[in-house]
Design a protein around this ligand. Structure first.
Ligand SMILES: [Zn+2]
Length: 454
């Protein structure tokens, strides 16, 4: 099937221009004025933006959380992604202790293969660093994995400072790091549990911004010694941001990601009556209004490289409720993969804090370049994959859990009225979603990724 999309405003980070776009055999075949093609289905995109398909750099689908799994697996998670305009996701394979990286990668391939509906790639989370694992890095490159993830928090996942430095020195791709100081969190949590009654509202207090900022500071010092660039994932606080700015002024190459929840929600949501605040429990937690303001300032100044979602969904009923009598037992994570673009467009573009060009840069172009997908992804140019989002800036609608594709019993954004939505979404030239609903029978492909171009 060929599509001829006429009169849309084609968006890149550098600007927008009105043009026609022809797709053929899964690729963008031609871009120009007054195009015609007899055998193509014509779509009039007057008054609409055309974005290169959005890339979510941070999802956790089908993640094992002890005796249960995340609510979304690769089937529901990637359908939800498409519904919102996201045509590629990068999920995290996690090496268990004692496992090789190849085993971990195979495990995640099994979870995604035949189920994923949008294109997908994997970051590799290293949790057990040793010489044999170091020797596997070149195999990972050959298998299309060119980015890594390390945890400074969580006792079962984290690596120590020496290991972080060794991995950064060994690494030929890009390393993303979850920055929170676990011991600070443990200390504050113990005090809170002694002093106050258990409740979800204690959760953000137990993971203060200082714990994030300290870890970012330490990571950047390690990266400086290692002489390596580094990527700081899900930056949530003004204090954390200050560390990144300081290192950049110092000449360090530091990439940074933030997430919609840190841009749209404020920590007062944890004060909701009863257990309702558990819906928003994630790590790092939702921060104060002044943090939200500072993150938007950073967005408008192009200080972030990506908006990922950290989509990690748990049902309120039966999963989040495990923490009813102990706030530390509430599974951490929020659903978000489906609503990222709409939230960014509404609060960022409509809110006057970002332009559509910046939206393209953050949600598509920059992730493609950093994670070795450009110009196959992240670009509207002949030869690129025909991953396209026809964006209707005028569509007004309300976010509700009832209407969502992601398989979870709530949304953190319930009742928020937004303007702007993905009207049609194409994955490699095939219609994959329309008006917020995924189409049947689109299948995702594994993304063999190359080296970064930033
Ligand atoms: Zn995550």
């Amino acid at each position: 099937m060929k599509y001829l999309i006429k009169n849309g405003a084609l968006v890149s980070s550098a600007g927008r221009c009105r043009a026609d776009l022809l797709t053929q055999d899964g690729k963008i075949a031609q871009i120009g004025q007054g195009l015609s093609a007899e055998d193509a289905q014509v779509i009039d995109a007057s008054g609409k933006y055309i974005f290169p398909g959005f890339i979510d750099t941070h999802t956790h689908f089908d993640l094992d959380a002890g005796d249960f799994h995340t609510a979304d697996d690769f089937a529901t998670g990637t359908k939800a992604a498409l519904a919102g305009g996201t045509t590629a996701i990068l999920d995290f394979t996690t090496q268990q202790k004692g496992e090789t990286l190849k085993q971990a990668l195979e495990n995640w391939h099994r979870l995604a293969e035949g189920k994923a509906c949008c294109d997908y790639g994997f970051h590799m989370s290293i949790t057990d660093w040793n010489p044999a694992v170091a020797a596997e890095i070149k195999d990972m490159t050959r298998l299309g994995v060119t980015s890594y993830k390390l945890y400074m928090a969580y006792d079962n996942l984290r690596v120590n400072d020496q290991e972080i430095m060794e991995i950064l020195e060994a690494e030929k791709g890009i390393v993303g790091v979850h920055c929170e100081n676990q011991e600070m969190i443990r200390g504050v949590t113990a005090r809170l549990k002694r002093e106050e009654k258990d409740s979800p509202r204690l959760r953000p207090k137990s993971r203060p911004a200082e714990a994030e900022a300290e870890a970012i500071h330490r990571l950047l010092a390690l990266a400086k010694l290692a002489g390596a660039p580094v990527n700081i994932v899900h930056v949530s606080s003004a204090l954390g941001l200050r560390e990144i700015r300081r290192a950049r002024l110092d000449g360090q190459q530091a990439f940074a990601e933030t997430c919609p929840q840190y841009l749209v929600l404020e920590d007062s949501i944890y004060e909701k009556p009863g257990f309702a605040g558990a819906a928003y429990v994630c790590a790092p937690p939702i921060r104060k209004p002044e943090d939200v303001k500072e993150l938007w300032t950073a967005v408008s100044r192009d200080e972030f490289d990506m908006i990922g979602t950290d989509h990690c969904s748990f049902h309120m009923d039966g999963q989040k409720t495990r923490g009813l009598s102990d706030f530390t037992q509430i599974p951490g994570g929020l659903p978000g993969v489906e609503r990222r673009a709409a939230l960014f467009y509404h609060f960022g573009v409509n809110g006057g804090k970002a332009t559509v060009e910046q939206m393209c840069r953050l949600l598509s172009e920059r992730p493609a370049k950093l994670f070795g997908l450009y110009p196959k992804k992240g670009s509207l140019a002949p030869g690129s994959d025909a991953d396209l989002v026809i964006w209707d800036p005028k569509a007004a609608w309300t976010i509700t859990a009832k209407e969502q594709t992601q398989n979870v019993d709530y949304t953190p954004y319930e009742g928020i009225q937004v303007k702007g939505r993905a009207q049609k979404v194409f994955l490699r030239g095939r219609l994959a979603a329309e008006n917020g609903k995924p189409c049947k029978s689109v299948t995702g492909e594994y993304l063999f990724r190359g080296s970064r171009q930033l």
